[in-house]
Design a binder for this molecule. Structure first.
Ligand SMILES: C=C(O[C@H]1C=CC=C(C(=O)O)[C@@H]1O)C(=O)O
Ligand SMILES: [Mg+2]
Length: 441
């Protein structure tokens, strides 16, 4: 992106605000040209650095920098959204996520819940790109806010090409190893356990170490290119740590009172050719174990939505095909009651049984007791929240990148009929895309 002109344009607009008596939220916009949003993010010195693109075709791509406001609680976020909505005018987008298990902390630098209003947003849609500066004129005097915004603009750097090199020599360690995995699957599928807890989603952390530190944005850009029909996200709170992912699963999308959610669970691999691929898809749809995995998810979603909405409709089970895997999916639509907020939805819906289990309480208790790695934001929530609409992904198919390490996460729904070796293999197919990008395929 050639930033000089857009930045000058925003500075002019900012100067004009010096004597403003405006209250609340304000967004200054200017058109701009950009090649690769991640190439732009990668050179910026302002943190957090965040990327978000929803799954739907033709949606906005967001790159965001810095913080105007941030909340570590859903209640505080909701209160802020409500205050701004009452005062009318343009409404801001908050970006962020939540850990899998609110009862356990996230990772270091990753709070249990964190949603932020960025200082700078670079948005791109079909019509073109816009550079925006977000401002809040509520509790501090406008001069302070303007000075902070100005400093952030002054720090912006020109976009550069992403490095095309990624390390490709790694040491791999699986946690749990296959033997311990088999023991956990056996425990979950023991008739006594299944009697009270019919599904637990067990997970694995695959730790890859290398002498180099991989560039998270270069990795995400390549991963994204092969992950169509997926969400794409990345966040860095600090320079040496990133969380990126290309999840296929939506937690929910809300447009006004209309809610879209889904049950995505049940997995098979892709075939060698179209014929085998179709045979695998047909088998998946007819398979009892995989259907049960999916059923656990939709039943819970339907039950939860019953009390929150006036009408709930669910579509037929169908197959979605990703690069390395196929899944069973059922789409769900609901009309929310007037007073239902994102705060409530996020307090009730996650973790869905696609990543947790049923009943939630005993499944989470099993996971807390038996998993020795920390899920952190894996299997949590990541996305965008605003007063008018929200869109959130289930944070699966993701990687945590730190100095000299990449930690990949994959889980598999364990139900009656689950076989340890097959489920272990399912974990491998779920990380196959990113493993092949790292030269480990
Ligand atoms: C928990 C994950 O996948 C979930 C989503 C789709 C299919 C799943 C399955 O078939 O087990 C899982 O429930 C993951 O990829 O880490
Ligand atoms: Mg499965």
């Amino acid at each position: 992106m050639h930033v000089t002109h857009p930045i000058e344009a925003l500075k002019h607009q900012l100067d004009a605000l010096r004597h403003t008596d405006k209250k609340g939220f304000m967004r200054l916009n200017t058109p701009c040209q950009v090649g690769n949003l991640m190439g732009w993010l990668n050179v910026q010195s302002v943190y957090p650095r965040l990327y978000w693109q929803s799954r739907d075709v033709g949606t906005v791509e967001y790159a965001a920098l810095g913080v105007v406001r941030a909340f570590d609680s859903l209640a505080a976020l909701q209160a802020d959204l409500a205050t701004l909505a009452d005062s009318g005018g343009e409404q801001p987008d908050y970006f962020g996520g939540m850990a899998f298990d609110p009862g356990m902390s996230g990772w270091e630098h990753f709070p249990g819940c964190h949603f932020l209003l960025p200082r700078i947003e670079l948005r791109r849609q079909q019509a073109g790109a816009t550079l925006s500066l977000n401002l809040r004129f509520d509790d501090c005097c406008p001069e302070v806010e303007i000075a902070q915004a100005r400093a952030c603009l002054a720090a912006l750097e020109e976009e550069q090409l992403l490095p095309c090199w990624l390390p490709n020599v790694y040491q791999r360690e699986d946690r749990p190893a296959q033997k311990e995995w088999a023991a956990s699957v056996a425990q979950v599928t023991h008739p006594d356990q299944l009697g009270h807890t019919p599904k637990v989603v067990l997970s694995r952390e695959t730790c890859l170490t290398t002498s180099e530190t991989p560039n998270p944005w270069a990795l995400l850009a390549r991963w994204q290119a092969g992950a169509v029909d997926c969400f794409h996200f990345g966040i860095q709170f600090t320079p040496h740590e990133a969380f990126i992912g290309c999840p296929p699963e939506r937690l929910y999308k809300r447009k006004g009172r209309h809610l879209m959610t889904e049950a995505l669970a049940g997995t098979t691999r892709r075939g060698r050719d179209a014929q085998q691929d179709q045979a695998l898809a047909d088998e998946l749809l007819a398979d009892k174990k995989n259907s049960l995995e999916n059923q656990c998810v939709y039943q819970q979603l339907l039950t939860q939505l019953e009390s929150l909405s006036s009408q709930v409709d669910m579509g037929e089970a169908h197959i979605i095909k990703l690069r390395s895997v196929q899944h069973i999916r059922r789409l769900i639509h609901a009309e929310l009651h007037r007073d239902v907020t994102d705060q409530q939805l996020l307090a009730v819906l996650p973790p869905t049984p696609a990543v947790g289990g049923v009943p939630r309480k005993s499944a989470l208790a099993f996971i807390r007791q038996h998993e020795r790695h920390r899920r952190g934001w894996y299997a949590g929530v990541f996305g965008r929240i605003s007063h008018t609409s929200s869109d959130l992904a289930v944070a699966i198919r993701c990687a945590h990148i730190g100095p000299e390490t990449i930690r990949l996460y994959a889980g598999a729904g364990i139900v009656a009929g689950s076989q340890p070796d097959e489920e272990w293999h399912e974990l491998d197919t779920k990380i196959a895309d990113i493993m092949s990008l790292l030269g480990m395929g």
